[in-house]
Design a protein around this ligand. Structure first.
Ligand SMILES: O=c1[nH]c(=O)c2[nH]c(=O)[nH]c2[nH]1
Length: 301
């Protein structure tokens, strides 16, 4: 006989997709911060689920309002903003023990006019088309910060190959020592402290990812991913772990022989799907189990 007792397991609730744009006006010179925030609370909410008793239920509408109200004092960095937001709930509502707050931030760059960035007109920035991400989790007196980026598009036209793979009856792939390597980097990294200049750290991690992508002959996207993550951890002692998901965006050399022409790695068919999906975690060897921290964070492996 199966056990028919149904009990409440993990739960959280809040407001998603709070799209916030903060304009900071320094005279005529304006700046923009554009982020989409989700707020979710953890704590003693069992009686809401079991009995419809809402006395502990901080309304999702209030959580939405709080996101916008907190932006009045400026955002600064998504990580600091989420830490401030999250700690407010833990400090002000005794039955809230923690939660998960996350943001996706896009950049706006000044439109250049006569060689100068315009005061109040902007266009979408992010040189690689990426979106910055941040997640803050609070669990009692523990604060965890996971920063990241999504869809940083990179491509190199040579210095990449793929040889030495096993061959079976289904293998048609030819070995190559010269191919296009293209991917769209999604990564998240876990800080071991909150005492960080998060904007500077983000800029540095992005720079390292881009530099390492360029600076070696890639024998596989797996190797390139490892080198990118290793370089981040070596340069940033405040980061303990980094996770990646990278599509291998195949560029196939178009066969020109039916046209009596040669194609010397010049014309490619950029296939959209299917694509390889290369995922991995790089971490300090001494690091303990972090599964609890990553739980509920949109991630990969
Ligand atoms: O860098 C690569 N990694 C793979 O795992 C793989 N598999 C494949 O077909 N091409 C490639 N390229």
């Amino acid at each position: 006989m199966s056990n028919t007792n149904i009990v409440l397991g993990d739960n959280q609730f809040g407001k998603a997709e709070n799209h916030l744009v903060k304009v900071t006006k320094n005279g005529d010179r304006h700046t923009i911060e554009d982020l989409t925030v989700i707020s979710q609370l953890h704590g003693d909410f069992a009686s809401a689920y079991y009995d419809g008793n809402n006395e502990h239920v901080v309304p999702t509408d209030t959580q939405k309002n709080t996101v916008f109200a907190f932006a009045k004092d400026g955002v600064g960095s998504p990580e600091d903003f989420l830490l401030r937001l999250g700690q407010h709930y833990v400090d002000d509502f005794e039955w809230v023990t923690g939660g998960r707050w996350a943001a996706r931030q896009v950049e706006w760059d000044r439109i250049p006019v006569n060689g100068e960035g315009h005061d109040h007109s902007f266009y979408r920035g992010g040189s690689g088309g990426e979106t910055r991400t941040a997640v803050v989790k609070i669990d009692g007196d523990q604060q965890y910060v996971i920063a990241g980026l999504e869809d940083l598009s990179v491509l190199k036209t040579t210095q990449s190959g793929f040889v030495g793979f096993p061959v079976d009856q289904y293998t048609t792939l030819q070995e190559t020592t010269d191919r296009i390597l293209a991917t769209s980097v999604t990564g998240r990294w876990l800080y071991n402290t909150t005492d960080v200049d998060f904007n500077a750290s983000y800029a540095s991690v992005k720079k390292i990812l881009l530099e390492v992508f360029t600076n070696h002959y890639s024998r596989a996207l797996q190797e390139t991913q490892y080198l990118m993550g290793k370089a981040v951890l070596e340069a940033h002692p405040e980061i303990d772990e980094i996770k990646f998901s990278m599509p291998n965006l195949h560029h196939f050399v178009v066969d020109f022989t039916p046209y009596g022409m040669e194609n010397d790695n010049e014309v490619f068919w950029a296939a959209h799907s299917p694509y390889g999906q290369i995922e991995g975690t790089l971490r300090r060897e001494s690091l303990g189990d972090t599964d609890k921290i990553w739980k509920g964070v949109p991630a990969f492996v």
